[in-house]
Design a protein around this ligand. Structure first.
Ligand code: C6P
Length: 412
């Protein structure tokens, strides 16, 4: 069983205070904290093995290459991919989406074609498709979101047609917390021969995700949301798709041979990794994966579901507080967006910060969804393996204190 109190000792940052109060970090959907094993892997890499990869014939370069490719193997195992060649390292989820929009989309999407998204997509899984659609004179369609924050799949048969070239959707919403029925969408799309892109930024860090089971064609996620460093992302794709795609960026390492007027491309996965990558970051990401594997992703999910159930119950007891998204903890991840009547989310965020509690307030890079909900911003608490029920209690106390303060100000 996951013991959050014990795990917390692995995270040095959780010992610090903020404004004189112990830090309560409830913003892991934005970025997670890093355990000592990851920090040490990063320092060890730079103090013992630092060199450029795939280039040198010296010992350090070989060591660095083995560490970098070892991390690729760890990612491959973690998501149950068929082989390491299907794992491309990018800078983040955003870059992985752009890679597919450019390298796959430019070849397969033409004038009059359609790309099917959902109304709850993060800007990262919306703007790159808008750019592609504008360039190609294609159009975007959207699976609607119901008032309780779920995808309305009843509209799928009408939304998927002969011009649909791709379906792209998030596994879990970073605003509503909703875990989407991706497999159901995948089965419907594949029945029409349409490939499926899954934005796993809020899914892969929090639950078991196996690409062979999900049978998605593309999956993207970010290391920094799953205990790893910033500056590392992953694109998984089916090998046949990667083989027929053109490179995204040109430069060193992605070529097989170069002449003055043309070049040929390297094998997978290096065809998509131009220039010197974030070697140290990837190596440390490997340590993050091993850390999560030691806990077990089933346990991660179970812990977050329990904590979310507790948070939903406690938060909803607060007078004037309403939670966005499904109220069933089994239908959602550890992201809880809420609204407190009479308190602007930014004011609430500042008042909580004064208590040492870090939440996020804003549009969470989902402006179209917020607009549909009739909101400018929400307050959002998000949980991970190191969060505890006591921290939920501290959040609740701080919200009550903020409410009291504001009612005094309002009645002055
Ligand atoms: N959401 C949040 O606070 P990057 O920035 O590329 O690592 O991840 C982008 C991204 C893509 N999809 C989803 C569903 C996401 O939630 C995010 C990142 C953060 O909600 C930062 S805006």
């Amino acid at each position: 069983m996951l013991d959050a109190a014990r795990l917390r000792k692995d995270f040095p940052i959780l010992d610090r205070t903020v404004h004189g109060k112990p830090l309560v970090y409830l913003d892991s959907a934005a970025t997670s904290q890093k355990p000592k094993a990851v920090l040490e892997a990063l320092t060890r890499y730079y103090s013992e093995s630092n060199a450029n990869i795939h280039r040198g014939i010296h010992a350090l370069s070989e060591e660095a290459t083995a560490l970098y490719e070892g991390a690729r193997g760890a990612v491959c195992r973690f998501i149950g991919a068929p082989k390491p060649a299907t794992i491309i390292f990018t800078r983040n989820t955003t870059e992985a989406v752009n890679l597919v929009a450019q390298a796959w989309g430019r070849r397969h999407v033409n004038a009059g074609d359609e790309i099917l998204l959902t109304e709850m997509e993060h800007h990262s899984n919306l703007v790159p498709w808008q750019m592609l659609a504008q360039e190609k004179k294609a159009s975007l369609k959207f699976i609607p979101v119901t008032p309780d924050g779920r995808l309305d799949l009843s509209s799928l048969p009408q939304l998927m047609g002969p011009r649909t070239r791709l379906v792209s959707l998030t596994l879990a919403s970073n605003v509503l917390g909703t875990i989407n029925p991706v497999k159901e969408v995948q089965q419907a799309a594949h029945a029409h021969g349409i490939p499926v892109f899954v934005d796993g930024a809020q899914g892969v860090p929090h639950m078991p995700v196996h690409v062979m089971d999900l049978n998605c064609d593309f999956l993207a996620f970010s290391a920094h949301k799953m205990l790893g460093p910033t500056g590392v992302g992953v694109l998984y794709a089916k090998e046949a798709l990667l083989e027929e795609m053109d490179p995204f960026l040109g430069g060193g390492d992605m070529i097989k041979d170069v002449w003055l007027d043309h070049s040929t491309w390297n094998d997978l996965p290096w065809k998509f990794e131009a220039g010197t990558p974030n070697i140290g970051g990837v190596v440390a990401f490997g340590a993050a994966i091993e850390y999560l594997e030691r806990i077990g992703m089933e346990e991660v999910r179970r812990h977050e579901q329990e904590l979310t159930a507790y948070a939903l119950k406690k938060l909803r007891e607060i007078d004037g507080l309403s939670v966005h998204g499904p109220l069933d903890p089994a239908a959602r991840g550890g992201v809880v967006s809420f609204e407190v009547k009479g308190l602007h989310p930014h004011d609430l965020g500042q008042l909580l910060d004064a208590e040492g509690i870090a939440i996020r307030a804003g549009h969470h890079c989902c402006k179209p969804l917020l607009r549909k909900m009739g909101l400018m911003a929400t307050a959002r608490a998000s949980f991970y393996i190191y969060n505890t029920a006591q921290e939920v209690d501290l959040l609740v106390q701080a919200i009550l204190k903020a409410k009291e303060l504001f009612s005094v100000v309002a009645h002055r």
